[in-house]
Design a protein around this ligand. Sequence first.
Ligand code: NAD
Length: 248
Amino acid sequence: MFDLKGKTALVTGGSRGIGRAICEALAKQGAHVAVNYVRGEENARAVVTAIEAAGGTAELAGFDVGHMAEAETAVTALAKKLGKLDILVANAGISIDGLLLRLKEDDLDRLFAVNVKGSLGCAKAAVKSMMRTKGGRIIFVSSVVGEMGNAGQTAYAASKAALLGITKSLAREYASRNITVNAIAPGFIETDMTHALPEAARSELNKAIPLGRVGTAAEIAAAAVYLASDEGGYVTGQTLRVNGGMYV
Ligand code: NAD
């Protein structure tokens, strides 16, 4: 089950957190993984080294997802270099939190540049390659707050909700090309991003999780492996919620 031998994958923002776990999980199932990063090449190198130490194969793919055209060009070049791109996991994301009254247009622009436009640029290049090879898997990493909303996260939630509309539209647009497009909506996952939250916000969030604990990056990675696999081939246009019951 979930054999990815012979597949090539790109994971954006793969140098740490959820992205790193997804890189390692895809590689463990046999995929050759391109680990994207924008800063922190050292971290990305460490991911490649860890994958190779575990018997897998991986390579670095440094480019800025925050510039749509740059992302599209880089993914096109990567697909050409690898010969094909079977799996794209658009995981790179940033969060800028704050109440509406403090919202700055620049912050909104930055959030949409990385979380939405950058993901779309990667998807556009991936689709072109996948159409040539007659199939593929695109997985967007959204968020529970894109569906349920969260006070103080309006702009971030908007960017993550946008990914769900994109997922449904692209799923319909490319189903006939044997390309599935799905989203994963993680709940509260222990990573650097959530470490940045104030303690009070963390304990409030914990209370809102029926399973009574935060999730792990590996639990998100398992969902990505499923959606990337042949076994997940009849699933498209869906949002897989991995959130401990926080939003059902
Ligand atoms: P993280 O901050 O640890 O990782 C985000 C990754 O994206 C980093 O590797 C970062 O370098 C990369 N990135 C940011 N801007 C980039 C750019 N312009 N170009 C290339 N890479 C860029 O966060 P994480 O918690 O691992 O989050 C991963 C994804 O999961 C994000 O999209 C996030 O919104 C989403 N998410 C996280 C949680 C959570 O609780 N941690 C919950 C829901 C959704």
